[in-house]
Design a protein around this ligand. Structure first.
Ligand code: NAD
Length: 270
């Protein structure tokens, strides 16, 4: 497999102002890429832009709420106008939910789908012609919850499974055009994601969260994503617990279900 290089390539990262998106943007920028960060958090975007420039790294920022199609169209078109095209789109912006199905309002599911699924859809639709023209790459940040069940996160898991269906199918339409699609399934990574998790009523929840295994850093996730992109991987599963969970859920789904139910029992009942 031919390795991809990213020097002078245009890399667009949604949700680029924080966590995995931010660390990945830095990693690509350090390799000489021209990064464009899209995020709805304008204050953080401005701070990140200053930090990148202070470190001599190439970056542009575009305020963008990915749930709004016109925002996505405008942000992607601005990048194309200013930087000439798009080589890599990292669909990373996301939110999570932490609540039992029986308690959770239907609107919460809609909100999570709007960000995690439709956000990625809108940005990909806006960028796809340029990506095809440049024989570029689409990276999608899913989760272990995109390939295996996760209690207390039925909405989050549904949105990530939807991404899985969309992007594994899109791969079959654009692979022969030279476009690579890489799906990333992180385990638990220490970011701001859980601090903003929606509860059953749609407000940010203060319920404590359960973990499986050790939480990795955004920087270690970014390094793996960068290497995986260079090597043109189809599927990248991150963290030791994530890899184990992914395999057990495939090979012994009943056993996995019992273990994960036990692990998350106190969170759901608390
Ligand atoms: P994070 O909260 O640190 O970063 C998410 C970023 O997305 C934030 O900058 C936020 O402002 C932005 N965002 C949220 N809604 C948006 C919207 N409507 N429009 C534009 N930007 C928006 O969290 P993170 O952990 O870095 O999450 C990044 C991705 O990684 C998410 O898709 C998440 O599901 C996935 N992921 C994270 C973990 C984990 O343990 N942290 C595990 C698996 C998957």
């Amino acid at each position: 497999m031919l390795k991809r290089g990213f020097k002078d390539k245009v890399v667009v990262i949604t949700g680029g102002a924080s966590g995995i998106g931010l660390a990945t943007a830095r990693r690509f920028a350090e390799a000489g890429a021209q990064c464009a960060l899209l995020d709805m958090d304008e204050e953080s975007l401005a701070a990140r832009e200053k930090e990148f420039h202070a470190d001599g790294l190439s970056v542009m920022t575009c305020p963008c709420d990915v749930t709004r199609k016109p925002d996505c169209d405008e942000a992607i078109n601005t990048v194309i106008r200013r930087l000439g095209g798009i080589d890599v789109l990292f669909n990373n912006a996301g939110i999570t939910q932490r609540s039992r199905f029986v308690d959770t309002r239907a609107e919460v599911y809609r909100n999570v789908m709007e960000v995690n699924f439709f956000g990625a859809l809108y940005c990909t639709k806006a960028a796809i012609d340029s990506i095809i023209e440049r024989r570029g790459m689409i990276i999608v940040n899913e989760s272990i919850a995109g390939v295996a069940p996760l209690p207390g996160r039925t909405g989050y898991s549904a949105s990530k499974h939807a991404l899985h269906g969309l992007f594994t199918s899109l791969r079959t339409e654009v692979g022969h055009l030279g476009v690579h699609v890489m799906i990333v399934c992180p385990g638990f990574i220490r970011t701001n994601l859980q601090d903003r998790a929606l509860g059953a009523d749609g407000r940010v929840t203060d319920k404590p969260q359960s973990f499986v295994g050790r939480q990795d850093t955004p920087e270690s996730a970014a390094e793996a994503i960068f290497k995986g992109a260079s090597r043109q991987k189809d599927l990248l599963v991150l963290t030791a617990a994530g890899k184990l969970g992914c395999w057990i859920s495939r090979l012994a789904p009943g056993f996995y279900q019992r273990q994960i139910t036990r692990r998350f029992k106190s969170e759901l009942e608390g």
